[in-house]
Design a protein around this ligand. Structure first.
Ligand code: HEM
Length: 492
């Protein structure tokens, strides 16, 4: 009750604050009489703008409808008011190209302060310019690019097999999203920190859940709120990281572990920062946390959606099984390697088609750094611009029969530039995409060779908040393949 009251007070305060901010932005823009006009469109209700309309489109899992109705009314560029800020939306690949080539010149990343605080001052998400570039290339070169990742595919293969044995083997029915999240968590805990079980594993699992549960909630740092729990989880995770780092330092000095053992060891021992010093512990901790959180729901959501589409399109599942059997036979049953995951071409088309039809990350906000003109309209400094993947991914011209699940549309080369961007673009394009692809290929390999599944409710509702969420967590009936069908008796 106290919390409900407090929620109300804080909400009113936040609304008041943001309205003042928005009014200020509007006054600034009214100074620009000589400039091109503002884009057409409506700001909607006081305080709330058109946030409720967007929210209801997301609840109905039809975000493109919010944009399409306005594009039909105003044209390819329109203004609106979302999440307490005047916002401009522009449709089409030409804008995507413009936007992503002007990062840090005309626009910049913008996170609510509350999220920035949770991720930490040294997080890649909070950095811009040279430091941002350096952090990304450091993580790419050490682990998240092909040259780093290829060393870890056999280990992913091992973790996947153990996951299926422990979690799927004896079950008749599962809540798929929950179970796949456990897989994603085990992978990160092992590959980033070499933690596979025990108290540290359990406490991090608990903390990551609390962190993810509070990151998108009202930012009230008061005992009992989801945001407060997330802040506590951050502190607890950093304490655990400290203990692991201290232990690792000793182990490396004593030669007990290789410096290429996992992401942590690689970061601790083989990397230098701008000034030629070893990367700091603060930078390591904030970024391990950021990459961990960024991977947590994205991979599990995408895989769960793929399982749904494969169940609803058995001919596609048949193609995936065929491809995976061929890969397994060609290697005589040995552990998967990097090249195997890149040979899974049709399976990758399935994931891309999944991300086209039901994007895991629907888009992002940017803030404008100065007034600028686009197509005869002024976009004022301090406004937000919203980039959304949905409109072009559901365009009839670019993707004929856009509502049809058709992985083969991705065969024979990528779609036209800036039309299909599930991992974003430009300076902030997802640095975890190769990792995500590899993990998803390994998971699907073991899944389709060993299990059959059916959806308990093929019409299970999905809402977007902010990622697609199955209302019942995707209930699946599963069935282990046996005898002739089970072809995955691998040699380890
Ligand atoms: C299917 C899975 C995934 C999808 C669809 C996805 C999508 C995206 C998108 C669209 C962005 C750009 C957001 C923007 O423009 O502001 C992004 C950023 C990011 N992603 Fe992913 N992601 C996925 C998986 C992962 C994984 C597995 C990791 C880590 C291992 C990761 C780490 C990050 C990080 C750290 C950023 C922020 C980059 C920066 O600010 O420079 N993502 N992701």
């Amino acid at each position: 009750m106290l919390l409900t009251l407090l929620d109300c007070v804080v909400t009113v305060f936040v609304l008041f604050y943001f309205t003042l901010f928005s009014c200020f932005s509007c006054v600034t823009s009214s100074d620009m009489q000589k400039k091109a006009p503002l884009p057409p469109g409506q700001f909607g209700l006081p305080f709330l703008g058109e946030s409720l309309e967007l929210q209801s489109a997301l609840q109905a899992n039809k975000p493109h409808q919010f944009f399409n109705t306005r594009v039909a009314k105003y044209g390819e560029i329109f203004k609106t008011h979302l999440l307490f800020s005047p916002t401009v939306f522009v449709d089409g690949p030409e804008w995507n190209k413009f936007l992503f080539s002007n990062e840090n010149k005309l626009i910049s990343t913008t996170w609510p302060m509350s999220i920035g605080k949770l991720l930490g001052a040294k997080s890649v998400a909070n950095k811009i310019g040279e430091e941002h570039k350096w952090l990304r290339s450091t993580f790419h070169a050490s682990f998240f690019g092909p040259s780093g990742l290829r060393n870890f595919v056999p280990r992913m293969d091992k973790i996947a097999r153990s996951h299926f044995e422990q979690t799927w083997e004896s079950k008749g029915e599962i809540i798929a999203v929950k179970v796949i999240k456990q897989f994603a968590f085990s992978l990160v805990a092992d590959l980033f920190l070499s933690i596979t079980k025990g108290l540290e594993f359990e406490s991090m699992a608990h903390d990551v859940e609390a962190f993810v549960g509070g990151i998108m909630k009202l930012p009230i740092d008061f005992p009992g709120t989801a945001y407060h729990k997330a802040m506590l989880a951050r502190k607890s995770l950093l304490r655990t990281f400290d203990m692991i780092i201290a232990r690792r330092q000793k182990d490396i000095e004593e030669g007990k572990v290789s410096v290429h053992h996992d992401l942590l060891s690689i970061l601790m021992k083989t990397l230098l920062d701008h000034e030629g010093h070893v990367i700091t512990n603060e930078t390591i901790k904030d970024n391990i946390l950021t990459y961990w959180i960024a991977s947590h729901d994205t991979v599990s959501t995408t895989l769960s959606l793929a399982l749904k589409y494969l169940f609803l399109n058995p001919h596609c599942l048949h193609e995936v099984v065929k491809e995976q059997k061929e890969i397994m036979k060609a290697k005589g049953g040995t552990t998967l390697n990097w090249q195997d995951t890149r040979n899974m071409k049709y399976t990758w088309c399935v994931i891309q088609e999944t991300l086209r039809l039901q994007p895991t990350v629907g888009g992002a906000f940017r803030v404008t750094l100065k007034d600028f003109e686009y197509k005869g309209f002024t976009i004022p400094k301090g406004w937000k611009v919203l980039w959304s993947v949905s409109p072009s991914q559901m365009s009839h011209e670019i993707f004929p029969h856009p509502t049809k699940f058709d992985p083969r549309r991705f065969e024979g080369g990528p779609p036209p530039p800036f039309t299909f961007m599930p991992f974003g673009g430009g300076h902030r394009t997802c640095p975890g995409q190769e990792y995500a692809r590899t993990v998803m290929m390994v998971f699907l390999h073991h899944l389709v060779l060993n299990y059959e599944w059916s959806m308990v409710n093929p019409n299970e509702k999905i809402v977007i908040n902010p990622m697609p969420i199955f209302q019942k967590g995707l209930q699946l009936k599963i069935h282990k393949k046996i005898g002739e069908k089970a072809t995955n008796n691998l040699v380890t």
